[in-house]
Design a protein around this ligand. Structure first.
Ligand code: GDP
Length: 363
């Protein structure tokens, strides 16, 4: 018997002609009239400071743009917003995919908004979104309640370039959101690479979400992440998982004793909760507020923010120097020869690098 798809008359793979478009209803309509007028820097700043979400979104789009004119305008807007920024609490939320970040952000967010009023912005650092061509973190559809909450602003991760570039844009967006009156900022990130270090460098409290049950959660987690965490929370503490969560919490507490005491003077706490059922959420926020009070009193809060500002200044210098070097046409042309001479043993790596740098700086 012949397979239906091998039958000559089979039309399954033919392409249908598209639907013909109707004529324009009004051929005299000038569509350009409806294009959005570009706001000036002053108008943008005024709109942001008034809390206009549409203008805030436009400014964030400028920050994320790779167009040099947009970037220059974004820098002006940021600079003018700077005096209005700084008065928020910034919380980093990290965890491996599936740990429950979006579920938790949804309940944490609604909890703090109910508890203290104000406004919440949810941002993200997700360098992988460059590869997947679509940001996963900070996606509105993943946060059902917050996405329709009138006091929340959710913005997916910027998706351009290196981790440093993505993170810098998120940091600049924090400034804009604060100027727009957002007094709580969440920065979501995946706890699998370097992005949590970048996230840590822009938040006041770094919360690490863990799940229990695999038995190897302590081995699975990189030492570096535990060291930068101000609090560790074990999610999914519900149903049959409760005992396992408490056991995991004990293990984490024991492990934390082996780390040097953090500069903040605060011993990270380990708590269990369930984002899905909303149990233990208040306790997590009691901990965060306790921490904020503690570090505001001992001066560490401001110290950490100052250190972060310095860090970002140097990071930006490093990034721009690097970009400038690698985008230089002469250097681009010389790099492959330099590589060859290192590989065939004519030059050491250091000498080759030295020659390129000498050339670059003497130009
Ligand atoms: P993310 O990838 O870290 O953002 O994780 P999600 O928030 O998307 O959650 C991953 C899965 O875990 C989803 O199926 C959630 O329903 C589930 N989940 C999240 N929080 C809890 C919880 O507290 N308890 C239980 N049982 N499941 C949860």
């Amino acid at each position: 018997m012949i397979h239906p798809e091998n039958n000559e008359e089979y039309k399954g793979l033919t392409v249908n002609s598209g639907v013909e478009q109707p004529a324009r209803v009004n051929p005299y309509l000038n569509r350009d009239r409806f294009r959005r007028r570009q706001l000036s820097v002053a108008e943008m700043v005024e709109g942001i400071v008034k809390g206009d979400i549409t203008i805030l979104s436009q400014a964030v789009t400028l920050v994320e743009s790779i167009n040099p004119d947009h970037q220059a305008k974004a820098q002006e807007v940021i600079e003018k917003c700077l005096p209005y920024s700084g008065s928020s609490i910034r919380i980093g939320i990290s965890g491996v995919p599936g740990a429950g970040k979006s579920t938790s952000i949804d309940v944490f967010g609604t909890h703090v908004l109910e508890r203290t009023g104000g406004k919440l912005a949810v941002l993200a650092i997700d360098p992988s979104s460059e590869r997947t061509k679509g940001s996963i973190l900070g996606d509105k559809t993943r946060m059902e309640k917050l996405s329709v909450h009138p006091k929340s602003f959710i913005r997916p991760s910027p998706s351009a370039g290196s981790l440093g570039g993505v993170a810098r844009k998120t940091r600049e967006t924090i400034i804009l959101c604060e100027a727009a009156g957002f007094d709580k900022i969440f920065v979501e990130t995946v706890g699998v690479g370097q992005s949590e270090t970048a996230c840590h460098s822009m938040v006041d409290f770094f919360l690490l979400l863990q799940v229990a049950g695999t038995g190897d959660e302590l081995q699975g987690i990189k030492r570096g992440i535990m060291e930068i965490s101000d609090g560790i929370v074990i999610n999914k503490c519900d149903g049959e998982n409760v005992d396992r969560c408490h056991m995991a919490a004990t293990n984490f507490r024991n492990a934390l004793h082996f780390f040097p005491k953090p500069d903040s003077g605060w011993l990270p706490k380990v708590l269990c909760y369930s984002g899905f059922y909303g149990t233990g959420v208040k306790e997590v926020w009691d901990m965060i507020y306790e921490y904020i009070d503690f570090v505001k009193q001992n001066g560490y809060f401001q110290y950490r923010r100052n250190e972060q500002s310095k860090y970002w200044m140097y990071e930006t210098i490093n990034e721009q120097l690097r970009n400038n070097f690698y985008n230089n046409a002469d250097i681009k042309a010389m790099l492959s020869n330099a590589e060859k001479s290192v590989l065939n043993g004519e030059k050491t790596s250091f000498a080759a690098a030295g020659d390129l740098l000498d050339f670059y700086f003497k130009k």
